[in-house]
Design a protein around this ligand. Structure first.
Ligand SMILES: Nc1ncnc2c1ncn2[C@@H]1O[C@H](COP(=O)(O)OP(=O)(O)OP(=O)(O)O)[C@@H](O)[C@H]1O
Length: 352
């Protein structure tokens, strides 16, 4: 299956339904061959943006180019895109083979070539042995693989996936996301994956865009977005973020952050930083019984045993702070009510 790689460029896209702005000022460049994710909460506009690229729904204002070609005024079937939906939407009265062949028949491809390409697509998703089954004789995961085969068989330039794993149970989702990534790498197909599940985006995407309220909040690799969020929304949407409010003050030879409760944390010398909020991840804080430099004083509110980790909720610095401590057998725990000191690794802290 030979797919031509095509990049996607979106310039100044706007879309409203009635008086509701669903997409506002969307600008985005997706590289040829990239696995890209749209991540955001329900209603943030992920599906609407994907559907705009596919050509479904009302025409948005602005420009969309696929492989350099303007497509905003073209119908879906002229855009060289293949789309896979959450509901597999296989034809129930057709066998697996007929389902996969359907798009090629519509395109009047010669029957010998249809057979060859369908075999190849079924081989690709590992289901050649089920070619003669009917969809209702397949598991959910198998049906979704057939839906994928049916889409890639037409050799689209871009693969658009709208929450394709949402109907599968948790362990199958993990397996399928690996298969999806392997398939994408094999075909080198520019792919956009819509999900509200950050783990799904983090584990598959080369880069992703986080959306909220129809606006792209930030674009980057999963690690860039986690380590250097540009705003509170991104910080809190990706993993657990502790937010301390306070002010940056000059300190001998550097700067420090003073919390609302008066504790201070020194900032790395690379700083020259400004901001009124400090984002600290749970794994960058260590709990100690004794006071020390670069620590907040606090009190344990709650404790959860998670197996490999113990998660504490601690009142400190004017906030409720989540701290994850790795667990080893025989280790003593902090009981709720205990006075503690939270030693912070501010090298990885982000000021907003
Ligand atoms: N046809 C429509 N008419 C009116 N409003 C719509 C229509 N389609 C979507 N919307 C609204 O647009 C907003 C974005 O919807 P969209 O489906 O793109 O969000 P999403 O991020 O994909 O959410 P989800 O994860 O729940 O699918 C929502 O507020 C939704 O109610």
């Amino acid at each position: 299956m030979h797919s031509e790689m095509a990049g996607i460029e979106i310039r100044d896209l706007h879309l409203s339904f009635g008086s509701t702005n669903v997409l506002t000022g969307v600008n985005l460049t997706i590289e040829p061959g990239e696995f890209f994710a749209f991540l955001g909460p329900s209603g943030s506009g992920k599906s609407t943006l994907l559907r705009s690229i596919a050509g479904f729904g009302p025409r948005p204002q602005g420009e969309i180019r696929i492989g350099g070609r303007p497509v905003a005024d073209l119908p879906p079937w002229k855009r060289d895109v293949g789309m896979v939906f959450q509901s597999y939407a296989l034809w129930p009265h057709m066998s697996v083979r007929e389902n996969v062949a359907f798009g090629l028949r519509e395109r009047k491809v010669a029957s010998a070539e249809i057979r060859r390409r369908v075999d190849e697509a079924l081989e690709l998703v590992g289901l050649a042995h089920l070619a003669d089954r009917m969809p209702n004789q397949l598991s959910g995961g198998q049906q979704q693989r057939i839906a994928l085969a049916r889409t890639v068989v037409i050799a689209p330039k871009v693969l658009l996936l709208d929450e394709p794993l949402s109907n599968l149970d948790a362990s199958l989702r993990v397996q399928m996301r690996r298969e999806l990534l392997a398939l994408q790498r094999k075909l080198g197909l520019t792919t956009i994956f819509v999900t509200h599940d950050q783990e799904e985006a983090n584990t598959t995407a080369d880069r992703m865009a986080v959306l909220d309220g129809g606006v792209i909040q930030q674009v980057g690799t999963p690690q860039q977005l986690y380590d250097t969020p540009v705003n509170l929304f991104v910080a809190q949407f990706l993993g657990t973020a502790n937010i301390l409010e306070g002010t940056v003050e000059a300190d001998t030879g550097g700067a420090r952050f003073r919390t609302r409760t008066g504790d201070t944390l020194s900032l790395p010398s690379s700083a020259g930083r400004t901001g009124t909020r400090m984002v600290l991840r749970p794994q960058n804080i260590t709990l100690r019984r004794e006071a020390g430099a670069n620590a907040l004083s606090g009190q344990i509110l709650h404790r959860e045993f998670l197996g490999s980790q113990i998660r504490y909720l601690v009142q400190a610095g004017g906030a409720e702070i989540v701290v994850d401590q790795s667990h080893s057998a025989g280790q003593d725990w902090f009981e709720p009510g205990t006075a503690v000191h939270l030693s912070a690794n501010t090298d990885s802290a982000v000021l907003l």
